[in-house]
Design a protein around this ligand. Structure first.
Ligand code: PLP
Length: 395
């Protein structure tokens, strides 16, 4: 990992008008403690060495950058897939979990808590807790526990307690509430391992940094394969924005690169069944940070819906909110059926079954028009094993 000289957020954690730390007073000390340990850690060569070696030998990085020939022919450009689906535990979430776990160890914490939607982050958190010999509790909506049974059983096998959250819609946003509530009571011994680039500062910055290995590798791999280190297009999906942040991290200031981030439109934007936060949201505060939030006229947070349990979150990380409102990134909203069709297309053309979340990025390809020489890099954030039942129901 390159040690960076500048942070993308200002010192109070703001990306333009978005971000900050809107937290109860009881958490102020632990947020300050977290921030100072984090800044110390990422400039420490011992951390860099340990993190790098775990990413290589435990996660299996670098993840391949694969030239998808038949997809390229279909779309009339050169499409490379960044294969985060090949990571240990099946998604990009483990990059972040390992960074946090090393920080938890450094801070002397004995217990890890986390929230999860699709179960991929819960699985990554339970995995690193086992690796570090720490106690672990995962908060998960009861509806999601039903939808993602296999991941629940894997977390239990890893020794984690999976705590079902019945409140609200029984999905991701409720699980985040429950995890934050636990943390307010137990912060002395507990580390909150957040799963996306959301939450109070410094979490969004930390998560983006731990995921930035994705774009660091893309640069090297493109240089080897194409003789230039930047693509014409970068594509990723956005739930809270972690795989997207990692994919674009080292390209944000490079205007040669068009950035297209797909969010989940569910049954359609403004259908009342969507998770298209950037297309539909208004400025508000959710889970400790100011960002775009799906809300009604009275400021009540709306239920988000997507067929993909990793994307049905009514908020979005502040960094992506800022890049979208300033026009640096474009954000097409992809429906359930467009995503599912794109998943079948990748499966049949390349023999790769993608996660439903990643399929939203694939669904954005048909919304763009490419030139023959265009180089496109699309991050496949995870593998589709967890989604097979949904795919079979919709084939
Ligand atoms: C969790 C998840 C996502 C969405 O989260 P981001 O923080 O937006 O990356 C996307 N893809 C997969 C495979 C996931 O598990």
């Amino acid at each position: 990992m390159t040690t960076r000289k500048t942070f993308l957020a200002d010192e109070n954690g703001f990306y333009g008008p978005f971000g900050g730390a809107f937290i109860p007073d009881v958490l102020q000390d632990s947020i300050n403690e977290l921030q100072s340990h984090y800044y110390d850690m990422i400039t420490d060569p011992n951390f860099q060495a340990e993190y790098k070696s775990l990413l290589r030998d435990y996660v299996g990085r670098p993840s391949p950058l694969y030239l998808a020939q038949r997809m390229s022919e279909k779309y009339g450009c050169k499409i490379y897939l960044k294969r985060e689906d090949l990571n240990h535990t099946g998604a990009h979430k483990i990059n972040n979990a390992i960074g946090h776990a090393l920080l938890a160890k450094r801070m002397g914490k004995k217990r890890i808590i986390a929230e999860t939607g699709a179960g991929q982050h819960g699985l990554a958190a339970a995995t690193v807790a086992a690796l570090m010999g720490m106690e672990c509790t995962i908060y998960m909506g009861t509806v999601d526990m039903e939808r993602q049974r296999l991941n629940v059983e894997k977390m239990r096998m890893l020794g984690a307690t999976v705590s079902g959250v019945e409140a609200g819609t029984g999905t991701l946003a409720n699980a985040v509430d429950a995890a934050l509530m636990d943390w307010c009571k137990t912060f002395k011994e507990t580390y909150y391992l957040i799963g996306s680039a959301v939450g109070p500062h410094p979490f969004p910055d930390m998560v983006a940094y731990f995921q930035s290995v994705i774009s660091e590798e893309i640069k090297k791999q493109l240089m080897e394969k194409e003789g230039r280190d930047y693509p014409d297009y970068l594509l990723a999906c956005i739930g809270g924005g972690s795989n997207a942040s990692g994919t674009i991290y080292h390209y944000i200031d490079d205007k040669r690169v068009n950035i297209v981030l797909a969010e989940a439109a569910g049954m359609g934007v403004h259908s009342g069944k969507s998770a298209a936060t950037i297309n539909e949201g208004k400025v508000g505060i959710l889970h400790g940070s100011k960002s775009l939030v799906m809300q009604d006229d009275n400021g009540n947070v709306l239920e988000a819906y997507s067929v993909s349990p990793g994307l049905d979150y009514p908020g979005i990380g502040p960094m992506i909110a800022n890049l979208a409102t300033t026009g640096r990134v474009s954000v097409p909203a992809i429906t359930d059926s467009e995503a599912i069709a794109a998943a079948f297309e990748l499966t049949r053309l390349e023999g790769i079954i993608p996660a439903l979340e990643s399929s939203h990025a694939l669904g954005a390809l048909s919304k763009l028009s490419f030139k023959k020489d265009d180089i496109v890099v699309l991050t496949v954030s995870g593998r589709g094993d967890k989604d097979i039942e949904t795919y079979l129901k919709n084939k």
